[in-house]
Each structure stands twice: as structure tokens, then as C-alpha cells.
Design a protein around this ligand. Sequence first.
Ligand code: GTP
Ligand code: MG
Length: 310
Amino acid sequence: MSFREAYNLVSKQAVRWFPGHMGRGLKQMEQKLRSVDCIVEVHDVRIPFSGRNPEFKHTISGGAKPHILVLNKKDLTETREQRKIAKELQEREGIEHVVFTNCKDQQCLGVKRVVPLAHKLISTSDRYNRTGVQDASIMIIGVPNVGKSSLLNVLRNKNLRKKSATQVGNTAGVTRSVLERIKISEFPLIYMIDTPGILEPRIADDEMGMKLALLGCLPDHLVGEELIADYMLYWMNKHRRFEYVKEVGLENPTDSIAEVLMTYAKGLGAERKLRTFDGQIVNVPNTLVAAQRLIKNFRSGQFGGVNLDR
Ligand SMILES: Nc1nc2c(ncn2[C@@H]2O[C@H](COP(=O)(O)OP(=O)(O)OP(=O)(O)O)[C@@H](O)[C@H]2O)c(=O)[nH]1
Ligand SMILES: [Mg+2]
């Protein structure tokens, strides 16, 4: 059986999401940068080599501040690849400090590493030598929905045994503005500044846009659930990952998203009403519901761990 080898968006409209709060957020971040000692950039480990906002490069390199790249949601990826990914990031992009985390797990070794590593980098950086400064501030940055606020909360829960201080949610764009600093460690005294997830104003690479969409870094309805499901199908087939076949209730893998969604919708009993040309109302399979369900399964790891950049 042959499957699509490349993914091309049929529509000419690129994947794009840059609402007002992102532009404002970026400005607020720049203003706060002067009082920040370290940047923790959070990204989804399922796209380790793509989808990071290139605008952050200025933020990071501009001030020559210590930088840690946290690749989060490691429970949703193929864990074997960690060392390889870290090595490749260092060779390709010169990123020296990569930490893999699962913010849903307080015992995660990666989560435990973040504060000591940041503290070490800050204490050895020029900036910290400014006299009289007793505390340090870390700014947390990244594209939407990768787990920035979750990381802040889990650090605070762990180190201070205090309840969460910033809002978390499973859609993109939960944090809307740069927040006041929040304490995440007492000894050493460290604060963290949560920021809104920010995408580049124009995602030029269609496939990269679809990867971000599949991982929920943009609102689904903006890209279209059926299109996102189609990208998922393309990716899974291309990598001979047929875990979806059984869930959907198919006999065999297929590259046709219409077939997948129709079959799945029928199996789920999801229907919607449709008016025919002669005015009759009929029930037809609800492919939107099927697409939403399929994406949800994929994102929650039901079809196994993935690395979309593989
Ligand atoms: N499976 C898994 N889910 C996670 C992990 N970290 C965060 N999440 C979930 O990912 C979703 C997004 O988390 P947030 O912390 O709100 O992400 P954010 O980067 O702050 O998002 P914005 O504020 O929208 O930019 C939530 O549903 C979290 O529960 C993780 O390590 N593993
Ligand atoms: Mg947030």
C-alpha cells in the first residue's frame, strides 16, 4: 500500500495566528528583559527541531543571558531519543542546556534539574555580579500550549509546597499577558515570570504550521479540525504507524481522511442533520466530531509516543 510522501496544503492560505495579545506580550517581554537573569524556553518535545519562534532568538542572544531549553511533555514522545535530540540541538543550533520534562509528574528528574541548573548558570554569568542583588528572575518563554505555566506551577508546588499560581489549560492562548514574577524557590531565592505563548506572525513553512496545529499550539477551529486530522493521518501513514486503524474501526490503513472520518463517525454514532436539496432533513455522519475525537486521541498519546520531526 502506498501513502503520501509529502504534505501540501491545498488552500493557499498559510497557517497563521497572531492575535493582539501576542504583539503586546512580546513588547512587555522586551521591557522586562533587563531585570531577567535567565531565559527558560519551553517547547513541545514532539517537535524538537521545529516550530520554535525565531523571534525569540533575539530575546535570547540579545542580552547574552543564560538560556535553558526545556523540552516538555516527554511522556508523549518516544523517550529513547532524548540523548540523540540533545546532541543534535547542540550541533545544529549551539543549544547547550536541554532538559526533558514531564510537568504532570512531580518526581520527574528533568523538572528537578531546572532550578539547580538555572541557579548555576546565573551564578556564573556576568550579569549576576551586579552588586547587592540577592534574588534572581527567570523568564519563561515559548509558543502557545507547550506547558510554560505548568512548569512554573510544578516548580512552585515542588520547591515551596505552595499551590499553583498561574492558569493552565489545554487550549492555546491561556496566558494572555506577561505576569508579575512568581516565587518558585526560597533557597536560592528565585522568581519566575510567566508569559503568553507567542508564534511568529507568519508561519512560512506550511508543514511546520500543521505540526504546530496538530499539537494544539493554535486554536483548532482556526486551522480546521478535519485538516488537522488529515495531517495526522498523513504523518502516521508515512511513518507506518497504524495505531489509528483499530480505534477508527477500519479494516486496513488508508490515506483517505474522508474514509477515516466517515467510518469513525459511524462507529461513534455521531450524526448531524442535513437538509437535502428537496427540503428533507436527513441524518449524516458527523465528521467534525470524529475529527475532534481523533486529534484528541493523538494528542493524549493514545496512538503512542511521537516525534513529528523524525
Ligand atoms: N501530557 C502532558 N501534558 C502536559 C505537560 N505539561 C503541560 N501539559 C498540558 O498541556 C496543556 C498546556 O499547558 P499550559 O501550561 O497551559 O501551557 P502554556 O505554554 O502555558 O500555554 P499558553 O499560556 O496558552 O501559551 C495543559 O493541558 C497541561 O495540562 C506534560 O509534561 N505532559
Ligand atoms: Mg500559559
